[in-house]
Write a protein that binds this ligand. Sequence first.
Ligand SMILES: Cc1cc2nc3c(=O)[nH]c(=O)nc-3n(C[C@H](O)[C@H](O)[C@H](O)COP(=O)(O)OP(=O)(O)OC[C@H]3O[C@@H](n4cnc5c(N)ncnc54)[C@H](O)[C@@H]3O)c2cc1C
Length: 355
Amino acid sequence: MQAEVAIRGAGPVGCVFALALHASGKSVVLQGKRPFPENSNQTPLRPIALSHASRLILERVGAWRELPATPIETIHVSRQGGFGRVSLGAADAGVPALGYVVDYAALMNCLFSRVEASGIRIGIEPEDALLVVHAEGTSNALQEKNYGQEALVALVTTSPAAARTAWERFTPEGPLALLPLGARYCTVWGMPPERARAFCDAPEAEFLDALSRAFGRRAGAFVAVFERSRVPLALRVRPSRVGVREAYIGNAAQTLHPVAGQGLNLGLRDAWDLARVLQDAEDPGDAQVLARFAGMRRLDAMASVRVTDFLAGAFLGANPFTGLMRGIGLTALDICLPARRFFARRMIFGASALP
Ligand SMILES: Cc1cc2nc3c(=O)[nH]c(=O)nc-3n(C[C@H](O)[C@H](O)[C@H](O)COP(=O)(O)OP(=O)(O)OC[C@H]3O[C@@H](n4cnc5c(N)ncnc54)[C@H](O)[C@@H]3O)c2cc1C
């Protein structure tokens, strides 16, 4: 029997959307397969910082309790080679934790198991439906803004071991994030592709030495590195997130630089809002229903794209005047509580944090 809604792509956004829509009584088919075999130790490392709002969404679809997640209580932002720093605490945003770090593969396995247990039909071949929702992830067909950078992703141990602080350091070559995952840190380090290639293959001592020089010793001494890999960085935005009986959510609608850890958080808000719009719609593919969804997501998506794009480029280069302005900006944010609170809530809740 034809489902009302067919979802193409069983990534985190497709799975969350399927679970939310199924719970509202709509008939759904999810087209895709489990991305990683259960209990495999061959999965690629990708740390995901989930916001408090994403936690609430995952709780509502029943996929939070089993998920191994490390809470972030403080985020420390600084820049290499200049003054200016900002420290955001959970109390600034009025939430128990600013976010949670999870491993992409663990998140996927948890979500896919939840989909299987819920009885949602899982298909392999594309099927027609009143509405086709695209959640296939990044589309190479979209025009891209290439940052000329790759992210070097690695797991590192420090002495002392990682605690519940996430670190973001802007270096002239690119942003460097350290995200606590259990007792270790995941690094996501943006840099020119040739440097990323060299660091991926460098001997361990050389890599750790370069990391210490870029990051300093705030998080302790870097002791060992595991699982180095590289990911190209680009911005891809679909001009319209709806078409004739079609909607696009998650990375299929917009793929961001990971500098601000916003891609999946934004995608989960896409999924949640689309499920809310469709729950009472008689015809889920109706043009007016889809236009309402597109209107609802416009501000959040646009602001997230702009903030992320700004951060990806704002701290690059060694111009002394712009360096001074960046230092003043970070210092001002650090001493101004309402600005810190707004910034933290914006990153956590998206556009709904806007006054
Ligand atoms: C290094 C790095 C770090 C990141 N850190 C963060 C972070 O801290 N916080 C954050 O919020 N985001 C982060 N992101 C972004 C985040 O990973 C993505 O935004 C998120 O994975 C998007 O989810 P998605 O379900 O839309 O797409 P995907 O995760 O790409 O999943 C799409 C799925 O659809 C499948 N598929 C593709 N084509 C088809 C088809 N034709 N039919 C069926 N299935 C198909 C794919 O195989 C895949 O399984 C990071 C990204 C990178 C690269």
